[in-house]
Design a protein around this ligand. Sequence first.
Ligand SMILES: [Mn+2]
Length: 465
Amino acid sequence: MSTEQKNLLKQAEKCIEPIKKAEKALIISHIDADGLTSAAIASKALSREGIKHKIDFVKSLEPKKIKEIKKHQIDLILFTDLGSSLTPQLKKIEPDIVICDHHQPQHEPNEKIWELNPHHHGINGSTEISGASTTHTLATTLNPENQETADLAIVGSVGDIQDSSGKLIGINREILKKAQENNIIKTKKDIRLFGKQTRPIHKLLEYSSDPYIPGITGKEENCIKLIKNQNIPLKKEGKWRRWIDLNEKEKKAIVSSLINKALEKGISEKMINRLIGEVYILQKEKPGTELRDASEYSTLLNATARYNHSKTGLQLCLGKRNQVYKEAKNLLKNHRKNLVDGIKYIEQKNTQKLENIQYIDCENKIKDTIVGIVAGMALGSNKINRNLPIIALADKNEDKKISARTTQKMIYKGVNLGEAIAQAAETVNGNGGGHNIAAGATIPKTKQKQFLKKLDNLITNQIKN
Ligand SMILES: [Mn+2]
């Protein structure tokens, strides 16, 4: 274990002190797969200690939100997958505050609150540890029996695309190793498209949206052709075959013709790394369900949380099935369609270029809660320039939601979206932050132009320095 990791564990020891004293708590978490799994890990840990608690989900933690927090009769608020952007405001809240976040902190650690954030210890929260993994670190420090929920930490990490190099690294990997020893997770090198467990093979290819493969994504006929060209039967005994039904030879044949197709269409090698890589199989879950595969599980969770159904996703994480699972699957259908439509919209309308960013105003055509996911996927499209960070805007009531995504290559050049977005948002009375590779903000609609100009300047300076 590195010194940095040891220091994080030391801080976790401190952060469990107020939890040990608590009787009634409130968990506040983020509405995405990482936030949901974080909340579930925290909830199970609190239950194990006999601490009564409620759980709230928020889109983002804005200063005005803090006033709305109902803090009566609780002695602890536990923030998961958010909180670090607002430490000065949070210290004014009465009960004890514990934060488990992995977003870039905007402020120095504050003695009035217990904050577990990898960035304070020199650990990269964008790539090495998710909100769920940070919460898992706290939970296992509190009680080693919480190792049991390691699978949720992996689902959260994959949900935050921390496996984008082809596999999980850093503390996520340490958690993974333990989970493998405990037979909670198995890993495998495999195709990383959505639906390996559940979809007919041609549908798996057709709905591939991350990466988006021109000529394959959304093109059912071409997908069927690609499979038939390899002499692979689509059906067996009258039933559609799924990816998990194929033998290794068949899988290899499809993968190599898919890669050829992608290369032919100008998909970069980085994106192909996203296509084939390590996959995480949850041993407690039933084969043939989305829940069996960490990536599918995380998409299923996003499909609930991003559409105001966080509680459904949370119930899934807490082990409820039947009706809850059915409900989530229905939401998923709608989510997948919105993602494919969103990408098509960005490709057709295309981005506007400033000096060092490109932006697109999606207005109300893409929901503010998924515009970030779509922007990230758009960087995999050969119609979008990968050498400029993409800034996608969407209407959010009277405000504008901003989602920014970039590539590892741009980060090597100095780009840090989280910092730039936080600063640019502040100059227009907005609020934002995030990671170097992915960040977001909410700003007043009328300040859009000013914001983009400021952001462009900031990023230009980041690249120059
Ligand atoms: Mn997160």
